[in-house]
Design a protein around this ligand. Structure first.
Ligand SMILES: NC(=O)c1ccc[n+]([C@@H]2O[C@H](COP(=O)([O-])OP(=O)(O)OC[C@H]3O[C@@H](n4cnc5c(N)ncnc54)[C@H](OP(=O)(O)O)[C@@H]3O)[C@@H](O)[C@H]2O)c1
Length: 232
């Protein structure tokens, strides 16, 4: 028997990982709504266009929502002394404050269904020290802290988890893998000798949204070919 149809809402709907997650869920007859700063995004049952992910920017939705995922993210890498206050604030705003504003906006919708789930997206850079990653590391570490804190506060009603990818083939990472040499170097650095695909990450998000993960909360799941824990 199929699981009952569920309704999901994704912020940052243009993300390649988001579109792939929507694809997996819609194949199973679920409804997936998107929110994006871009227009003409395909792959969703409906898409709301917003100007930004600030507090007060999110459309009102009256019905229950079974799961939300906040996808927007940045990748601004440079030596620490070159980062400006504006750089740090921009990364924090998009990666962290947006996730908070989005979650606050739809808490009521989540609380009105049976087994709601929230998923955030971190990065291997939150737990593995890498040069030039100070800004994104600080922002994604905040997301992992937010995951644990909200998981405690919203238990037992709402589960809150996070996925932490390593380098994954999307527009965001394109500049790091846009030549055969760069791609090969990235693949070699990874314990499983490959970079991630959007499907690799989407499979994990789908799991954390689904009833199959109904005894999992507060976790950050590394989806990274072992990058975070293994040194070969
Ligand atoms: N790709 C990787 O190697 C990698 C590794 C670790 C973590 N991640 C994380 O994975 C998540 C999804 O990214 P992706 O890899 O799927 O990349 P992507 O396809 O390039 O998507 C970019 C995402 O960021 C949003 N975005 C871009 N610029 C923005 C801005 N100026 N203000 C607000 N939102 C902006 C987009 O939202 P709109 O729909 O509004 O355009 C979209 O959700 C991000 O949180 C990222 O940090 C990716």
């Amino acid at each position: 028997m199929n699981d009952p149809q569920k309704r999901y809402l994704f912020a940052g709907a243009s993300s390649k990982i988001a579109i792939e997650t929507a694809n997996l869920l819609r194949k199973k007859k679920n409804i997936v709504m998107g929110i994006s700063t871009k227009n003409n995004i395909e792959g969703y049952d409906s898409v709301y266009e917003v100007n930004n992910y600030n507090f007060g920017s999110f459309p009102e939705i009256t019905d229950g929502i079974d799961g939300i995922v906040y996808f927007p993210g940045t990748i601004n890498l440079k030596p620490f002394h070159l980062f400006t206050e504006k750089d740090f604030l921009n990364d924090y705003n998009i990666n962290v404050l947006g996730a908070i504003a989005f979650t606050q906006a739809y808490l009521k919708n989540l609380k009105s269904v049976n087994s709601p789930s929230i998923v955030f997206i971190s990065s291997v850079a939150a737990t593995q020290g890498m040069p030039y990653h100070s800004s994104i590391s600080a922002a994604k570490s905040a997301i992992e802290g937010l995951t644990r804190s909200l998981a405690a506060e919203l238990a037992p009603k709402i589960r809150v988890n996070c996925v932490a990818p390593s380098l994954t083939e999307t527009t965001l990472s394109e500049k790091f893998i846009n030549t055969p040499e760069k791609l090969e170097a990235s693949q070699k650095r990874n314990p499983l000798k490959k970079i991630g695909s959007a499907t690799d990450i989407a499979n994990a998000i789908e799991f954390l949204l689904s009833e199959k993960s109904n005894w999992i909360t507060s976790q950050t799941l590394s989806i990274d070919g072992g990058m975070n824990n293994i040194k070969l």
